[in-house]
Design a protein around this ligand. Structure first.
Ligand code: ATP
Ligand code: MG
Length: 112
């Protein structure tokens, strides 16, 4: 099993959610996140205010899935979340030791 952690722009969320829904992925955890990427310290000006390109709020989607589905999910997120500009985000795929559905006690892929 895998856990996919995808940091994306807020503005891409609807597109990513719809694209994931089309491949049957309607489950995820959402977190508000902030951070820095490669361009730490680089700023841009929007309507007279100075913003740090990396330190704008983003969303993190956490998705638990099977080994077989992980690559497709990553592909779909990349396609839906890419604008081509710096700051599009990052996706991490982690190995997961165990998943348990609390209601049924099911484990592993039966719990996904
Ligand atoms: N190496 C990293 N470790 C942890 N979090 C990261 C890392 N790189 C990026 N992030 C997180 O992802 C967010 C978006 O990163 P960003 O898309 O700017 O990555 P990048 O590597 O700088 O790529 P780009 O050059 O396209 O901007 C950051 O604000 C931060 O929260
Ligand atoms: Mg960056």
């Amino acid at each position: 099993m895998k856990k996919i952690e995808a940091i994306i722009r807020l503005s891409c969320f609807d597109k990513v959610r719809d694209a994931l829904g089309k491949i049957g992925v309607n489950f995820f955890t959402l977190k508000d996140v902030k951070g820095f990427g490669l361009q730490k310290g680089k700023t841009y000006v929007y309507r007279g205010s100075v913003y740090d390109e990396d330190y704008i709020a983003r969303l993190q989607l956490d998705i638990l899935t099977t080994d077989e589905s992980a690559d497709e999910i990553v592909r779909v997120i990349v396609e839906a979340a890419r604008t081509g500009k710096v700051g599009d985000g990052k996706i991490t795929v982690l190995d997961v030791a165990q998943v348990t559905r609390i209601r049924t006690g099911e484990n592993a892929s039966a719990a996904i």
